[in-house]
Design a protein around this ligand. Structure first.
Ligand SMILES: Nc1ncnc2c1ncn2[C@@H]1O[C@H](COP(=O)(O)OP(=O)(O)O)[C@@H](O)[C@H]1O
Ligand SMILES: [Mg+2]
Length: 364
């Protein structure tokens, strides 16, 4: 049981600032996900916490103890990597028992702990096998068991599911989340997969180029993205972005791009208009918050169907305004073909407005 605090962490590799002044706190028992594209500094942060990298600046606290100078083996932190690195010549039992043998625990205690975690991870029937006799998912569970067995204060996991096939990955996500809640171990989990982050995390720390973009719950990230980066990174298909300006005309606020004009809901747009003060903005609307209107109104946009992608339960409609293609997610099936003229409407409670220059949200 532990809380972890990272304060103003900086890590450079030559000219690269891999981690740029990152601060965050993970509460006791919390599942924190570090999310960002490749190269955003996720692994480096984990390695600093584990003691495998020395920070250039900043402090790392486990509960109230500054651990910057504590050797990795004394940090009481377990790390699970993308490659499980099981010992191939050892049985599953011996793989799991290994960290306890290193600590010279009594044999009876080792035995009971190995059996306990094996039961928890539902691998009791595999204890006599060698790693090569296991499926990918089973190997992954053995690696987890080996990490759990020594009852660490914190779990660090670096893309632990990325070597599994898609179906198993989805299954293991849920399993891992359940296990983490059962054990109640404070966990930091790294992934570049936004769906994984959204489905597993209590809180998500979004990173880009070593800089924190937002720290929030999955729902907050989706509903109130702090900036363009987060807005574009969370959600699938990604949010549509329209470039233009806001203008007030006859008591109405319009969004004007080079290709179209559309009336926006007054209250939300007014605040953005005041903050933007005439500069270029980006209007953001998620594909699931756009729909096809029966008729043309000042709040719809004329478009033409580019391509229709049926997914069974829903249909993605790629549509064109001028030369740009956007996406709309329609519940169920729809009878449309390329070239059809449509009117696009938006959910007025679900629009986003960002400053084009800073990328920051102008709504809140
Ligand atoms: N040992 C290293 N030497 C030099 N550059 C490194 C090293 N480790 C990471 N980097 C660089 O630091 C940045 C962050 O890397 P990393 O933390 O691995 O990102 P992520 O895990 O988000 O993909 C990248 O630009 C990467 O090339
Ligand atoms: Mg990485």
């Amino acid at each position: 049981m532990a809380t972890l605090r990272v304060k103003n962490l900086v890590k450079r590799f030559g000219d690269t600032v891999a981690v740029n002044n990152v601060s965050f706190k993970v509460d006791d028992g919390e599942f924190m996900v570090l999310l960002g594209p490749s190269g955003s500094g996720k692994t480096t942060i984990l390695r600093c916490i584990a003691g495998l990298e020395i920070p250039d600046e900043g402090e790392i606290y486990l509960d109230d103890d500054l651990i910057n100078y504590v050797p990795p083996k004394d940090r009481d932190i377990a790390m699970v990597f993308q490659s499980y690195a099981l010992y191939p010549h050892m049985t599953v039992y011996d793989n799991i028992a290994f960290p306890l043998k290193l600590r010279k625990l009594p044999r009876a205690e080792i035995d009971s702990r190995v059996k306990e975690v094996a039961e928890l991870l539902r691998i009791s029937h595999l204890l006599n096998r060698k790693p090569h006799q296991l499926s990918g998912g089973e190997q992954q569970r053995v690696a987890l068991a080996r990490a759990i067995v020594r009852k660490p204060r914190i779990f660090l996991m670096d893309e632990p599911l990325s070597n599994l096939d898609a179906k198993l990955r989805v299954y293991m996500r849920a399993e891992l989340k359940k296990l983490q809640k059962e054990l109640g171990v404070t966990t930091i989990y790294v992934t570049h997969d936004q769906v994984e982050a959204m489905t597993m995390a209590d809180k998500v720390l979004v990173l880009n180029k070593g800089v924190i973009q937002q720290l929030a719950t999955p729902n907050e990230l989706y509903n109130k993205p702090a900036n363009l980066f987060v807005a574009g990174f969370i959600g699938s298909p990604p949010m549509n972005f329209f470039e233009g300006t806001l203008v007030e005309e006859e008591g109405k606020i319009l969004f004007k791009s080079s290709e179209f004009a559309v009336e926006l809901p007054y209250e939300a747009a007014k605040l953005a208009l005041e903050k933007a003060a005439g500069s270029e903005i980006i209007l953001g609307v998620r594909p699931e918050h756009l729909y096809i209107a029966e008729t043309r109104t000042p709040r719809t946009i004329e478009a033409s169907v580019y391509i229709v992608e049926p997914l069974g339960g829903e249909t993605i409609i790629d549509f064109k305004i001028g030369d740009t293609i956007y996406k709309l997610k329609h519940k169920g099936e729809i009878n449309l073909k390329p070239g059809d003229k449509i009117n696009i409407a938006y959910d007025p409670n679900r629009i986003y407005i960002f400053d084009k220059k800073t990328g920051k949200s102008l709504l809140y």
